[in-house]
Write a protein that binds this ligand. Sequence first.
Ligand code: DX5
Ligand code: ZN
Length: 215
Amino acid sequence: MSTFIAPSILSGNFADMGNEVKSIDRDGADIVHVDVMDGVFVPNLTFGFKMVSDLRPLSDLFFDVHLMIVDPVRYVERFVKAGADFVSFHVEAEKEIDRTLDIIKNAGAKCGLAINPDTPVESLAPYIKKLDLVLIMSVFPGFGGQKFIDGSLERIAAAKKLRDEYAPDALIEVDGGVTIENCKDIAAAGADILVAGSSVFGAKDRAAAIKMLRG
Ligand code: DX5
Ligand code: ZN
């Protein structure tokens, strides 16, 4: 089975985001990965739900919103209303995880939980049955263009084991430092969705990059 490719618009041109989304859609992307950062959970700022609602009419692809914000419970419903198909937030950033997952589901989207590279995979276990998406960070979140952290493959395999046992329909997404060189190993470890920022937006031929990443 080939993997789904989710280019991260964090690596796109913020002054031309509509055309960036249209371009990755034309070039064969499966999913649009939307990185929301609050400058508190991570040392960087991006955008909020207005970006999602403004981009929404420009593509039929799934919008996969990755919230890197503290207390995401405050905002998840508004992201679903703005047009997100998947909403993921970090286990490290929220006290009311079950309630937040329920809000996302009740609002009509698929829900995901993300973990940082230094958070044990087992921290997903209490919530796994509720999850549609398990988001394994293979860099510390905040910036595109970082190097894939060694040891992430083992974490992906551990997440796959948990998923296979308790949530067989959930997808495993890997985010950070995914390249044409390492994509096969990441897929073999158990990833279903590969997020790719710089390796798609930085490529001369984005369509070829997406094809190669898909494997
Ligand atoms: C990092 C973001 C990633 C990032 C990936 O905080 O969550 O989605 O855009 O970018 P690359 O693929 O360049 O590592
Ligand atoms: Zn992301």
